[in-house]
Each structure stands twice: as structure tokens, then as C-alpha cells.
Design a protein around this ligand. Structure first.
Ligand code: NAD
Length: 482
């Protein structure tokens, strides 16, 4: 049996019922971005399915919130182990539907298992406190309660990790959840749900639905049952969801776009910095919200850095994610391919220098060559819009104040990076660059135990770390005078 034949059957999971495409005429085909071959048919939820999911989630909340946090954690941990046991199967499905190399897909499934466990145990540590009272004999207690039913929306670039964050934080906090994963990459989230189902999750605690994105989000957010919205995706969509949520004072966690600057100072080895930078830039074909995008390199090492970066980009093996030699897969959908062509053409028209790449690779699938441009002017679209693809922008700078102004020029603030070994520069960069996270001599800034989330138009709220469950908990004060 070929890998494609082993791609899972696509379903909805509504209040404990698995519903497949035969039962729902509306839907879409899911396509392998490396080949263009149809992998399966995804059923879309009807309005009645959404109503059933809301009803099921509301009912299940009543019992799930009373399950002791320890028992909830045992169940979520069991699901994490099932993910580990099934890693080859799920990673293959992920690579098939999303395009990333199998090794990266495996790592992502293991990360999802890790996130499940972290959040499970954070649920056990959702501590309250006792506040000294002003009246003798009174007790003031602060407790944390599940906020209610969660509507979650996960994207296609990290279909396991992003969905795992939202699902496990909801469940560990005692909330029920309705998730709409991206329609491009449905199988991965369905396999997370299957692991939880097999671990014994009661019906209705988690529901997985698909459909026309805005119809599903508008349908769910219109319901007073939903008390929390968790979204990862573009800033434009996130802002729309926040507006809808505000009408009913629903809590939001928003992980939105970024356009991460990288300040490369002249005290580092340009070859070493360029190799690190290129590996980070082209991971998942640049379709990463924390991808380094705007490299600002100090004059003295600019030419050497650029040359080494171009060499690293040209050495990358681009191909089907299931091929063990592949280092960079295709883009996930044709929208990104079109965006790469438009952004590159616009920058070159406006005076940018194209050093390598700049075109599609092959005529099957959605491959775009690793692309490096320099001297890109501020008014080029790619300097302002998140590229979300394998485009690297490398511009020179003279002094750090200039680099800070360039780094902070955009209304984003998700991730930023720097290369320097100078302690004074480390301090200045940490202080002056506006971002939810800063990586200095490292690009590994998203780890389960570290809070993740941006500022400004990059979003609000944190996932992971000891902050990760906050968005799913309501604080209640009980003041008792016996
Ligand atoms: P998009 O904004 O149409 O979709 C992004 C995600 O949001 C998808 O998963 C989609 O299903 C979902 N979505 C879209 N409209 C929605 C709605 N009204 N309600 C609920 N969910 C909705 O963009 P796209 O073409 O898929 O990707 C393009 C841009 O999205 C990228 O350039 C990037 O800026 C952003 N993006 C960001 C992330 C991230 O991790 N922050 C992930 C994927 C895409």
C-alpha cells in the first residue's frame, strides 16, 4: 500500500459521533501539495452539526469541569502516549497533506505529545490562593475555574502543534472545546482527536468540525454558549474574530502574524550566522509565524553574510517531504505560490536585487525555490506584508539605532532575533526590540515550557509556559464570614 493510500479517512467528530464524507454532500478535496494528487474528501459540517457540537460541548462541560484535574491529566497523558505510538502513521499523513519533510512532521507530532503532557500537568497546578481578610474570622479564597466552551481555530502550517496547544489547554483547564482545524490539513487534528477518544474522552468534550472558515467561525461565535475564542492565523482574520468576540465579551487568545527582524552584528562570524539563519528561514518552506524574515546585517560583514546565506539557500534539497533526502518541501497551497510570485516581482520592480531563487520549481505541486533578495526598499510589499514563504530579505545597517528603527517599523511583534556575542549589545537589543520573544544566537524560541505569543498586531495572550492555561480559566473570589 502506498503512503497516499494510507492517508486517514476524513471525518467530522461531533458529540462523540464520527461523520464521514458519504453522510455529508458538501465538502472539499484535500490535495497533496507535493504532487497535486487528491488525498481524500473532507466533509463540511452542516448548521445542524454545528448546533449539535455546541449542544454537546455545553452538556459535556457540566461533567468534565467536575472531573478532578488529576484524572483529566491522566487521560490527556494517555492520549500523548498514543500519539507517540502512532507517530509514523500520523507524521506521514501530516507530511502528505502539508508538505513538510517527514523528519519535521515526526518532530511536530512528538512536540504535540509534549504539549499535551505539559498542559495536562499545568491543569493540576491551576492554583488559587487565600488572601488575608480585613475582618477577623473571614476567609477570602481565590479559585480558578474553567471559563466554559472554547471555539478554537488552528492553521495548516503546524497542524499538530497549534491544534495540540488549543485542545490540551482547554481540556486540562476543564473546558470543553469545538475546534475547526484548517481544511487543508484535516487528518492531523483528527488523529489528535482520535488519540483522545481512544484514551477515553467522554462524548462532547472535544468536537472537530470543518467547513467554509468564516461560516464556521461566525456560526460558533454567534452562540452565547462559547465563552472563549482561540485562534492562530493571519492578523486580518484574527482582528475580525476579536471584533465578533467583543460583542459578547468572549475571552480571546490570538496568535497572529509576524515579520521577524534579525539583527546581525559585526562581532560574529558571518559564515556561522548565515548558516544558522538560512536553516531557520527555510524551515517548513518559510511558512512559520516566527520565521526570520527581515535580516539587517552590519556593514562590515554584510557581503560575507549575504554570500554565505545564498550558498546555504542554493544547497538546500527541495522535494517531496516523504523523500528522506528532502530538506525543504513544497508550499502548502497555491495561494502561497501566487503570493511568492507577486511579492518577488514587486520587490524586484522596486529596485531589490535578486540573488537566487525567485521562481517555481518543477511543474507538479507547489514548490518555490529558496529565494534571497537584498537592498529591498521599505516600500516593497514584502517589507510590510508577512511573506510566509521561502523569501529572505537581507539589508545592510550601520549602527544599532538604525537597526532598532528598522526592526520596530512594522506593527508586528511576535518574534525577533539577533546575532552578537557582545553583552552590551545583548542588553540593548533585549531592551529596544519590540517583540513577544527574542532569540539571541538561537532560533529555537518556541518550547513547550516557555510562554509563546506576540504583542501589537501579532496577537494577545500566551500559549505554553505557566501562562498557557490562564486564557482558559476564570478567577473567582469567595469571601466567607462564618
Ligand atoms: P487565511 O487568513 O485565509 O487563513 C489562515 C487560517 O485561518 C486558516 O487555517 C483558515 O482556515 C483560517 N481562517 C480563515 N478565515 C477564517 C475565518 N473567517 N474564521 C476562522 N478561521 C479562518 O490565510 P491563508 O491564505 O490560509 O494563509 C495566509 C496568511 O495567513 C499567511 O500569510 C500568514 O500571514 C497567515 N497564517 C499565519 C499562521 C500562524 O501561524 N500565525 C498560520 C497560517 C497562516
Amino acid at each position: 500500500m502506498s503512503a497516499e493510500q494510507r492517508y486517514p479517512v476524513l471525518q467530522l467528530w461531533v458529540d462523540g459521533q464520527w461523520i464521514d464524507a458519504k453522510e455529508r454532500p458538501a465538502g472539499r478535496d484535500v490535495v497533496n501539495p507535493a504532487t497535486g494528487v487528491v488525498l481524500g474528501r473532507l466533509p463540511y459540517a452542516t448548521p445542524a452539526d454545528l448546533a449539535a457540537a455546541l449542544q454537546g460541548a455545553e452538556r459535556a462541560l457540566g461533567t468534565w469541569r467536575r472531573v478532578p484535574a488529576y484524572e483529566r491529566a491522566v487521560l490527556i497523558r494517555k492520549a500523548a502516549w498514543l500519539l507517540r505510538e502512532r507517530v509514523e502513521y500520523i507524521a506521514t499523513a501530516l507530511s502528505l497533506e502539508q508538505g513538510k519533510p517527514l523528519s519535521e512532521a515526526r518532530a511536530e507530532i512528538l512536540t504535540a505529545a509534549d504539549i499535551f503532557e505539559w498542559n495536562a500537568d499545568e491543569g493540576r497546578r491551576a492554583y488559587g490562593r487565600v488572601v488575608p481578610a480585613r475582618t477577623a474570622g473571614q476567609q477570602n479564597t481565590v479559585v480558578k475555574e474553567p471559563i466554559g466552551v472554547v471555539a478554537a481555530f488552528a492553521p495548516w502550517n503546524f497542524p499538530a502543534a497549534t491544534a495540540a496547544r488549543k485542545i490540551s489547554a482547554s481540556l486540562a483547564a476543564g473546558c470543553s472545546c469545538i475546534i475547526k482545524p484548517a481544511e487543508e490539513t484535516p487528518a492531523t487534528a483528527l488523529e489528535l482527536a482520535r488519540a483522545l477518544a481512544d484514551a477515553g474522552l467522554p462524548d462532547g468534550v472535544l468536537n472537530v468540525v470543518f467547513g467554509v472558515p468564516h461560516e464556521v467561525s461566525e456560526g460558533l461565535l454567534a452562540s452565547p454558549v462559547v465563552r472563549k475564542v482561540s485562534f492562530t492565523g493571519s492578523t486580518a482574520v484574527g482582528l475580525r474574530l476579536m471584533e465578533m468576540a467583543a460583542r459578547d465579551a468572549k475571552r480571546c487568545t490570538m496568535e497572529l502574524g509576524g515579520h521577524a527582524p534579525v539583527i546581525v552584528c559585526d562581532d560574529v562570524d558571518p559564515q556561522w550566522a548565515a548558516e544558522q539563519a538560512a536553516a531557520a528561514k527555510f524551515r517548513n518552506s518559510g511558512q512559520v509565524c516566527v520565521a526570520p524574515t527581515r535580516f539587517f546585517v552590519q556593514d562590515g560583514i554584510f557581503e560575507a553574510f549575504l554570500a554565505a546565506f545564498v550558498k546555504a539557500a542554493e544547497a538546500l534539497r527541495v522535494g517531496n517531504g516523504l523523500d528522506a533526502a528532502t530538506q525543504m518541501g513544497p508550499l502548502s497551497n497555491p495561494r502561497r505560490l501566487q503570493a511568492m510570485a507577486e511579492l518577488t516581482g514587486d520587490a524586484v520592480d522596486k529596485g531589490a536585487r535578486l540573488h537566487t531563487g525567485g521562481g517555481q520549481v518543477g511543474d507538479a505541486g507547489f514548490f518555490w525555490a529558496p529565494t534571497v533578495l537584498s537592498h529591498v526598499p521599505d516600500h516593497a510589499r514584502m517589507m510590510n506584508e508577512e511573506p510566509f514563504g521561502p523569501l529572505a530579505i537581507i539589508n545592510p545597517f550601520t549602527d544599532l539605532d538604525q537597526a532598532f528603527a528598522a526592526a520596530n517599523r512594522l506593527p508586528y511583534g511576535l518574534a525577533a532575533y539577533a546575532h552578537t556575542h557582545d553583552a552590551r549589545r545583548v542588553q540593548q537589543i533585549s531592551e529596544h526590540v519590540r517583540s513577544g520573544a527574542i532569540g539571541i544566537n538561537t532560533y529555537a524560541i518556541t518550547q513547550t515550557e516557555v510562554p509563546f505569543g506576540g504583542v501589537l498586531h501579532s496577537g494577545d495572550g500566551k500559549e505554553g509556559g505557566i501562562e498557557g492555561l490562564d486564557g482558559y480559566l476564570a478567577t473567582k473570589v469567595i469571601m466567607h464570614l462564618p
